[in-house]
Design a protein around this ligand. Sequence first.
Ligand code: HEM
Length: 261
Amino acid sequence: MAELTYATYLEIERLLDLQHPRSNPPEHDEMLFIVIHQTYELWFKELLHEIDKVNGDLSANDLYGAIHTFKRMRTIMKTLVGQLDVLETMTPLSFLAFRDRLETASGFQSVQFRELEFALGYKRPGVRRFLDPSWPGVDRVERRLGEPSVVDHLVDFLAARGAAIPDDVRRRDPTEPTRPHAAVQAAVLHLYRTAPDVAILFELMTDFDEGLQEWRYRHVKVVERTIGAKKGTGGSPGVAFLKKSLFQPVFPDLWAVRHEL
Ligand code: HEM
């Protein structure tokens, strides 16, 4: 049998055969556009993998496991924000040179991004209408919509740490978005004051949440400086649509208590 090598283990040749610019004659920046989106999708895959792990940690009351994983997740999120700097080296004119080749393709249709939003409890069922049920992976989005989110697993963790969590929070409909709740905030506040090790977890989760908000802000700015007020290729009003999700936390209870600390 052939010896395992760097290239065979990582399937490098297959990976390098996945970039197919559509411009003819070729537009130099289209390669960057493809590579950066593919890189994001790989990081989304890794984040979903970590979320599945941290959900188990939280429900099993494994604080150190959850701290370890959230540290990784927030570091990946910061990397995702930083990578937008590379994309911003593409000028509006060089993007326009191949934009038509994208037809109606758009990040709007990223199945893994919706999976991430749903897994984090940012459940906007309306966004499903932009996904064709026949596309690969849409079944995963549907599954994530019906599954408890990271916030639901955090609630399990708080209950295991002695918090009195009302039944309507513990048995809530998992397809609904996260709603801030006074009982969860009381539990968070209590643990911030009495359990410094748990406070580390809360801070890492806040870092992650802030990172996702930063990504949304930086992405809107990339869009604004590249296409201005034009409609998106995915058919949304573009910048105006994207601005609606700015400053929306995925862990609202962690933000709500801060003035009381
Ligand atoms: C020149 C660069 C980019 C432009 C002009 C752009 C443009 C847009 C626009 C206009 C939308 C709104 C939906 C639509 O009508 O198409 C959108 C959504 C989106 N884009 Fe981008 N984008 C760019 C780069 C990226 C990159 C690098 C990613 C990384 C994965 C990305 C991921 C997304 C996602 C996930 C959405 C959906 C956001 C939401 O629903 O809140 N975009 N983009």
